[in-house]
Design a protein around this ligand. Structure first.
Ligand code: SF4
Length: 465
């Protein structure tokens, strides 16, 4: 049998991107080739996201194209993995284009499932039946082995890698599908995580981002010792070769918050950056969202973070147009954004997700055009703050880790000769664009900031860097 080629397409969050990287590495080890284009592929694998309706619609439209394509290429195998696969299960398998449906906890089986579908024209469902039940020892072991074996560097961003420290979520925010598709929280053993980071460092990785849906609730009992995220960050800081450590995403919980901030203040390797979604500034809406804090407690956490780590840069997430959100509630969100002074905020319009509490119990009362207006207004408030914060960098030198070529020619710089434009990030997650040799990708550099926009700093490479 000739070597079959797989085209992998990924939607959704960083967690999904990591799953895609793991699956891709596993497929290569199993003897499959990779294809950049659907046309040349024997297998198309789609890693899906269920967090927003829009993401699911994009997957369905993609499947529509594939169904059409399969008319002339009936041997084409189509697999769907990820959250949407777990959420829709057998319904998705009924889609004419789909051969395999595989949930997040079943991905260690993906190479075998694909090999089976290539050999025999059949449909296969591999989802977890009782997703909220704690995984069996066997399932946890195979996920752990899969994670450890294929935890490799992200080839698209040299010298950087993501390491999952926990799976699932126990928070049940009323709008969110994650607890129903990714199951209960399960933290990975610290020994395995540190070992994985060590291996990545040996391969030249300099920056590690620890991933979890609520990464600050990481807990692991190893013998007499109970590990928290703060312990994990301390241990990871000791790995030679790793220079920057990040962690996303944090839930606004008080438990262990100060310890985590202390490690950030004390370890030069832990980047001064915190992504901590607030979702709303209205206590009424926060309650309806089943977020377990008030806006004041959230702001107190930010104050505490800034007291311990004065240079910290903070990012937030918001949902506008949640059921019942009045103009007054929205104004409370605007007030919170003004007080929080985020470096950046990610703003989403509410869309009900099937199976969640807010979908079952609350009416989607806010009209689409009102959601759109609030989205635009909140973005404008944030943009003014981002612009002010960015301007503070004018004339300063910053240390950056270079990601590679900039996608857009943001600046017609005369500085930097014939060098292309590169994109990089500071430890505080500011994007920096400057002219420099492509060979700097994956290296640290010093850049003097000469121009700013709300979300990007532009500068000149320092020759002594
Ligand atoms: S914390 Fe809330 S929003 Fe985040 S994954 Fe868990 S349930 Fe979803």
């Amino acid at each position: 049998m000739s070597r079959k080629k797989v085209h992998v397409k990924s939607f959704g969050c960083q967690m999904n991107k990591l799953d895609t990287a793991l699956v891709t590495a596993a497929l290569q080890e199993a003897g499959f080739g990779l294809s950049e284009s659907v046309k040349e592929a024997d297998v198309v694998l789609i890693n899906t996201c269920s967090v927003r309706e829009h993401a699911e619609q994009r997957v369905l439209s993609h499947l529509g194209h594939l169904k059409h394509m399969k008319k002339s290429r009936p041997d084409l195998v189509v697999g769907v993995i990820g959250c949407m696969a777990q959420r829709l299960g057998s319904k998705l398998l009924e889609h004419e284009a789909v051969n395999i449906v595989c949930g997040p906890a079943e991905i260690p089986r993906i190479s075998k499932l694909i090999a089976g579908a290539v050999q025999e024209d059949k449909k296969t469902l591999a989802v977890t039946e009782k997703v909220r039940r704690k995984g069996s020892e066997q399932q946890n072991r195979s996920l752990e082995e899969f994670e450890s074996a294929y935890g490799i560097e992200d080839e698209r961003v040299p010298a950087q890698a993501f390491v999952r420290v926990m799976r699932g979520c126990n928070n049940f925010c009323s709008y969110c599908v994650v607890p129903y598709v990714r199951g209960p929280e399960a933290s990975r053993p610290p020994k395995a995580i540190i070992e994985q980071i060590r291996k990545l460092a040996d391969h030249g990785v300099k920056q590690i981002t620890l991933l979890g849906q609520t990464v600050n609730s990481y807990r692991y009992k190893a013998g007499e010792r109970a590990w928290s995220l703060a312990d994990l960050l301390s241990a990871a800081s000791g790995v030679r070769g790793i220079e920057w450590l990040r962690f996303v995403t944090s839930y606004p919980a008080e438990e262990f918050f100060e310890e985590i901030m202390q490690v950030m203040a004390e370890s030069p390797k832990v980047c001064n950056y915190l992504h901590i979604p607030a979702q709303s500034g209205s206590d009424k809406i926060l309650k309806a969202m089943n977020r377990n804090y008030t806006s004041q407690r959230y702001l107190d956490l930010l104050d505490r973070a800034r007291e311990i780590v004065p240079e910290i840069s903070i990012a937030g997430d918001f949902i506008v147009g949640f059921p019942g959100e009045t103009e007054e509630d929205f104004q409370a969100t605007v007030n919170l954004v003004e007080k929080a002074r985020y470096r950046n905020a990610f703003i989403f319009k509410y869309s009900p997700r099937p199976g969640t509490k807010s979908d079952k119990k609350l009416q989607d009362t806010v009209p689409g055009e009102v959601k759109q207006r609030r989205n635009v207004e909140l973005l404008a408030v944030q943009e003014t703050i981002s612009d002010e914060l960015s301007r503070q960098f004018l004339g300063r030198r910053v240390r950056v880790l270079v990601e590679g070529l900039s996608k857009k020619p943001h600046l017609n710089s005369t500085q930097g000769g014939n060098n292309p434009q590169l994109v990089a990030r500071t430890a505080t997650d500011y994007i920096v664009v400057f002219n420099g040799p492509e060979s700097l990708a994956g290296q640290f550099a010093e850049v003097k900031i000469t121009q700013t926009s709300p979300l990007t700093l532009f500068g000149q490479l320092m020759s002594d860097s």
